[in-house]
Design a protein around this ligand. Sequence first.
Ligand SMILES: *[C@@H]1O[C@H](CO)[C@@H](O)[C@H](O)[C@H]1NC(C)=O
Ligand SMILES: *[C@@H]1O[C@H](CO)[C@@H](O)[C@H](O)[C@H]1NC(C)=O
Length: 548
Amino acid sequence: MGVLFHKLECSLDNMYVVRSGRYSRSDFYVLLLMTLQIVLQTVEGVWPLPRTITSSPERYPLSPQAFYFCYGRHSAAHKGCSVVDAAFRRYFSLIFPDHTSASGPLQFGASSPFTVEVNVSQDDCESHPAEDSSEKYYLSVTARQASLNADTVWGVLRGLETFSQLVYQDGFGSYFVNKTTIEDFPRFKYRGILLDTSRHYLPLRTIFKTLDAMAYSKFNVFHWHIVDDPSFPYQSYSFPDLSKKGAFHPMTHVYTQSDVRRVISYARLWGIRVLPEFDSPSHTKSWGKGQSDLLTPCYRGGGPSGSFGPVNPALPSTYQFMARLFKEVSSVFPDSYIHLGGDEVDFSCWRSNPDIRAFMKKMGFGADFNKLEAFYIDNIVKIISALNKTSIVWQDVFDYHVGRASLSVVEVWKEGCYHCEVYRVTKAGLRVILASPWYLDQPGPTHNWARYYTVWPLAFGGTEQQNKLVIGGEVCMWGEYVDATNLSPRLWPRASAAAERLWSNERQTSSVDEAFPRLLDFRCKLLRRGIQAEPLQVGHCSHEYQGT
Ligand SMILES: *[C@@H]1O[C@H](CO)[C@@H](O)[C@H](O)[C@H]1NC(C)=O
Ligand SMILES: *[C@@H]1O[C@H](CO)[C@@H](O)[C@H](O)[C@H]1NC(C)=O
């Protein structure tokens, strides 16, 4: 072993060797049987498409027995860097998916070593991915070696994903990579997926699996719509009754503090931010079960009707509760963003309540309930700012809010002319996340994936200054009819269409016809990696995934 290392750039200290078992003689016969059945595989591209990619027909054989990752001599991150070490382990099995299976193909004569050398200029191994983290990387594949240069470990992750997609197998199951040069960085810095864990509880393994698949498409934000009307699964240490009384089940259908930490650290190792949403004043029915006097009692015929409406904005105790809850949330979730929701507030309950009406009068709001909502949101935004976090709100808050000064990021979600809304929000100098065209919870035939692909977030006709305020987009997977049984096929590969839109250069990716073969191939890669992605057309995948 040691002899080989002398020829390589990487020093022994920095070498990261991922090994697994060798093949036995019986594997060899299984292989012979298999090769008779495998059809020749065509060579594919990378999804999402890199900014610039130059590849050539010169191809190099790779052998799992002689494949190494290592840190370059001048790299700021070294062996022991949690993010990169974990990525080396993961990508070894993603690059050689057959290698650990009993029927994996044997390599014939392809034993010259191949090394992927990683060079990072910042030592940010123990940090969390953040709003302004660079994801840029430069990848060069030549004979026996690939060099991957990046500013940050997050760039390394994106580059390793790309490298893993460049590796392909021929009809005999042998692995190859072609001579390639890539320079790549994302078009939008915010590329999110929203999961809703209130309407249906999603087990941790389902969340982890989604994070895996997100990284394969280079998504970088998990927007966790963690609570809503139907259930409150977040187990708060400040207010344990919220989940005890508000979750579907207080033991089995909750996210404990340790669960949340696991999700955050799992996501971090994929370079994915975890952005929590605690939506109020509406969408809070489940909150009321564990926190009395939080919701507004609705009135009918002169007395309380027994039902409850949105959070009660007239009581000082409401803001004390919110300040404590968000203080907790801001320390549990390291991300600089917190989503406040603020959508779909129904004023009828507030209107029915005499105490609310008296409060409105005292405050001089007249009969304008938008002013009451604005008063509420302003108070919550102040709480968030005092915690040094950036607040995101749904577009309703922007549309009906009287004083917009305190807002910073607006998520556009309504149907209709979303471009008009993007125009208005950016005109007001606020940042935008676009979600309207990517509501994938609505089932549609997979073959209409192109409608998610042909969206262009900057098609709203704004100025250069306005364009800069569009920080990205988000796929929303609301949970009314989605749980662990159908989440994956409903997301994938349709969400990948949005992912390319958010990562790649729009000029290079304007053709649906050119994208289609690459997406077909990418869907096969997802299957191979154990992601239950729906079919896009009649056909089959070579090297079909056989697992569960
Ligand atoms: C990779 O190399 C093979 C064999 O020379 C060639 O057929 C194929 O077109 C190449 N792929 C790319 C993307 O250049
Ligand atoms: C390492 O990466 C940095 C930043 O990407 C680059 O400037 C430098 O040339 C690289 N060093 C080597 C040896 O490739």
